[in-house]
Design a protein around this ligand. Structure first.
Ligand code: C5P
Length: 222
């Protein structure tokens, strides 16, 4: 059977990574979390006290970084220059800066090369913001996964609560809206629903239903 290339784009908190991971597992494909790659670069930049103002230096950092997405006991492990950054790339500091670091063109160019190489053999589910529009424009399946901002904020709030953090829902909503705005409005490779992408709105949909819908689209294409 043909090994498909599946692109899933959408805003923060729409459930992309959860859905993409299940789809990949069910199809025996590799899951590539491109957000984790931008987070890894942001983590490196923060460690060197670089900000978005040091665009050239951050670009060099991204171009020289060895980013590996591996799995241990079924869980994604992110390595940057050999260091395990799986936890550190999810801190509020990284989350607060990642959308700005992702606007730097040399950073995007470095990630583009890595991501295309990772998908070259097919049999991949890649999620992000610019996968269908830029990284893999010839993908066999393109999905735009979204949900209302209220629902996305509520999910993040619950996720954090389950991890023992108390956060203000309204504050979370503001942070997500701010990241959405930066991702949608940036100059290079903004978040966009391409014309050939299928819209999957998960506001009132379970993870299982979203997965089933994507698997159905894949079946039609294989
Ligand atoms: O997917 P996640 O929310 O972890 O992504 C973090 C950030 O990385 C996004 O808000 C966006 O700024 C950036 N990103 C991107 N292009 C991608 C994936 C993520 O610019 N393909």
């Amino acid at each position: 059977m043909k090994k498909l290339v599946i692109a899933i784009d959408g805003p923060a908190g729409a459930g992309k990574s959860t859905v993409a991971q299940i789809v990949a597992r069910k199809m025996g494909y590799v899951y590539i979390d491109t957000g984790a790659m931008y987070r890894a670069v942001t983590w490196l930049a923060l460690r060197q006290n670089l900000t978005v103002k040091d665009a050239a230096a951050v670009g060099d950092l991204a171009a020289g970084a060895v980013i590996e997405l591996t799995y241990a006991a079924g869980k994604l492990v992110v390595l940057v220059n050999g260091e395990d950054v799986t936890g550190p790339i999810r801190t509020p500091e990284v989350t607060g800066l990642v959308a700005e670091i992702s606007q730097i063109l040399p950073v995007r160019e470095a990630m583009l090369v890595l991501q295309r190489n990772m998908a070259a053999k097919g049999g991949v589910v890649m999620d992000g913001r610019d996968i269908a529009s830029r990284v893999l424009p010839n993908a066999d399946v393109k999905v735009f996964l979204t949900a209302s901002i209220e629902e996305r904020a509520r999910r993040r709030w619950k996720e954090l609560l389950d991890k023992g953090y108390t956060v203000d829902l309204e504050e979370l909503k503001r942070e997500i809206a701010d990241r959405d705005r930066k991702d949608y409005e940036r100059e290079y490779a903004p978040l966009i629903q391409t014309e050939d992408a299928v819209l999957v709105d998960t506001t009132a949909m379970s993870i299982e239903a979203a997965v089933d819908e994507i698997l159905k689209i894949c079946e039609e294409k294989s």
